[in-house]
Write a new protein. Structure first.
Length: 270
């Protein structure tokens, strides 16, 4: 076995623990394993359920086709591992991130949704794959389908530029007691430049998705607003916001399938 491409028992992908045929071409990526379990409860049944390290994957029939949901845990490094190990298992995947996020703009309300068109690469993972100038962009058809799905569901949605941070605390301007991040003005600068929100995975999904031939998109539920210093601390309200993001993503997959646009990569915009 090569140390450059290790495999698990039965030839399974080393970290995500999957074999070909156990994950569908239509895939939702989430961070929280509990959210993956809640999404899988919507399926008609669960044909495959695997748990390997922090990676939890459920696959089963839904609305006449197979779909998967995978929890990756938090962070850009975990997302990279998932995408790289998924690549050999899938032909023409469509991968949509369904996450949570903190808004940077005052007019974005808790419980609303953000659909990412592009992502600012504050993390370092993608720098090992592409040049600093490489833009992290959603696949156009997926982003359009997400917006259309949100409108069909009358969901309050914002679309635009997301910032992907490498951590939750210092990289997102959070102080820890008397310890202050090196760049305390970061959030204000990003907000002034029109960045809608900050999270920890989307830029990696967009960059690696493009490199690996995956069609990608991202929709996140706003559970905090850094500009107003408010946080959605009611579990029921948080789950409701996450459910709206899930419904938008599932609706987008429906629209893409009807249009014959599920799977495959797209030409990069000029």
């Amino acid at each position: 076995m090569s140390a450059g491409a290790p495999r698990g028992g039965e030839g399974r992908a080393y970290h995500i623990g999957l074999l070909a045929g156990e994950v569908a071409e239509e895939l939702l990526l989430v961070g929280d394993p509990a959210r993956a379990d809640r999404i899988a409860a919507r399926f008609d049944s669960v044909r495959v359920s695997t748990r390997c390290r922090e990676y939890v994957t459920h696959t089963g029939p839904f609305r006449g086709r197979e779909i998967s949901v995978m929890a990756t845990g938090m962070g850009p490094d975990n997302t990279e591992i998932a995408l790289v190990e998924l690549k050999p298992l899938l032909a023409q995947p469509t991968v949509i991130r369904v996450g949570t996020t903190g808004a940077l703009q005052r007019d974005i309300q808790l419980g609303e949704l953000v659909i990412s068109r592009e992502a600012l690469r504050l993390e370092s993972v993608t720098g090992f794959w592409v040049e600093p100038e490489f833009k992290a962009r959603a696949s156009g058809t997926v982003a359009e389908a997400l917006v259309a799905s949100a409108r069909n569901l009358n969901a309050a949605v914002h679309q635009g530029l997301t910032a992907t941070a490498p951590s939750f605390y210092g990289a997102q301007g959070r102080s820890v007691g008397t310890v202050v991040p090196r760049d305390p003005g970061l959030l204000d600068r990003l907000a002034a430049q029109g960045v809608l929100n900050m999270e920890m995975e989307t830029s990696v999904l967009f960059v690696l998705g493009e490199l690996l031939g995956m069609r990608t998109g991202a929709v996140c539920a706003v559970i905090g607003n850094r500009a107003t210093d408010r946080f959605l601390d009611d579990p029921a309200a948080k789950h409701a916001a996450e459910d709206r993001a899930t419904e938008v993503a599932l609706g987008a997959l429906d629209l893409l399938r009807r249009a014959g646009a599920v799977g495959g990569s797209e030409a990069r915009p000029a």
